[in-house]
Design a protein around this ligand. Structure first.
Ligand code: IPE
Ligand code: IPE
Ligand code: MG
Length: 254
């Protein structure tokens, strides 16, 4: 699609907006490599893109935005890169929390925080506590997150409930399972975007994304702009979501 400079981000979009957009922010390393820079430079620029896209999502009227920041498999990377990524989460919360709060953003972190350093857990707790009553945009950051781990943990907790006699195995439904996931209470993503041209989910929202529309952008994450977000949403608006039933028209118009 050719970007149209005349078009403003807040211009009306046809059809229903996705209520929940989730993004696999991929391509920081390649962005840096193209410039002969160390990978961390790509991650730093990626944080700048996060700032811009969070603001743009709010302007577009998106209610829930989930960003994949660090997967449970990313520990396989060199220790220095892992440490850089941890440092950037710290920096992001320290530097941006006040502004996010001012802008009515509710921050929630999903993923396994048991194995994160204590100061990071404290920062996450602070961010969640400060912003818990905000309603303008609900921002979920998936950090040390993996869908298989999330489902396994949910199953373990469900098994404990059954063992304790508080839950009847025959009463377990998909809704009950959803309630045990990190995303309990958050509607499933309508649209999952992955940048950098890769076409896979990499363990992101594998339960919740069962009926999400997928949009793949060739842009590397640091190059992803509000206009590209708008284009992805436009593509979503033109999709026909059937949920296994029959055609109900463009996305969300059922
Ligand atoms: C995404 O960029 C950020 C994280 C996975 C933490 P990458 O670091 O995966 O960048 P590429 O895929 O190597 O270009
Ligand atoms: C997915 O990207 C994880 C995040 C964006 C945080 P990866 O770069 O880790 O995924 P793979 O390894 O290419 O599947
Ligand atoms: Mg990658």
């Amino acid at each position: 699609m050719t970007p149209n400079p005349e078009r403003h981000l807040s211009d009306a979009l046809p059809g229903h907006l996705p209520r929940h957009v989730a993004i696999i922010m991929d391509g920081n390393g390649r962005w840096a490599a193209k410039r002969h820079l160390p990978r961390v430079a790509g991650h730093r620029q990626g944080v700048e893109a996060v700032r811009v896209i969070v603001r743009a999502a709010g302007e577009l009227g998106i209610e829930y935005l989930t960003l994949y920041g660090f997967s449970s498999e990313n520990w396989k990377r060199p220790a220095e890169e892992v440490s850089d990524l941890m440092g950037l989460l710290r920096l992001f919360i320290r530097r941006d929390l006040a502004e996010l709060h001012q802008n009515g953003v509710q921050v929630r972190v999903i993923g396994d925080r048991d194995h994160l350093e204590l100061d990071i857990v404290a920062l996450i707790d602070e961010a969640e506590a400060l912003t818990r009553n905000n309603t303008r945009l609900k921002l979920q950051i998936a950090f040390n997150y993996g869908g298989q781990n999330e489902i396994t943990t949910a199953m373990r907790r469900i098994a404990h409930e059954v063992k304790a006699g508080r839950l009847d195995p025959d009463a377990i439904t998909p809704d009950i399972v959803s309630g045990f996931l990190d995303t309990a209470g958050i509607p499933d993503p309508d649209l999952i975007i992955r940048t950098s041209g890769e076409k896979r989910l990499s363990n992101f929202l594998i339960w919740q994304g069962a009926y999400a529309e997928l949009v793949f952008s060739d842009a590397l994450w640091p190059d992803f702009t509000p206009e590209k977000l708008r284009e992805a949403v436009l593509e979503y608006c033109g999709r026909s979501r059937r949920f296994g039933g029959l055609d109900a028209g463009p996305a969300g118009q059922s």
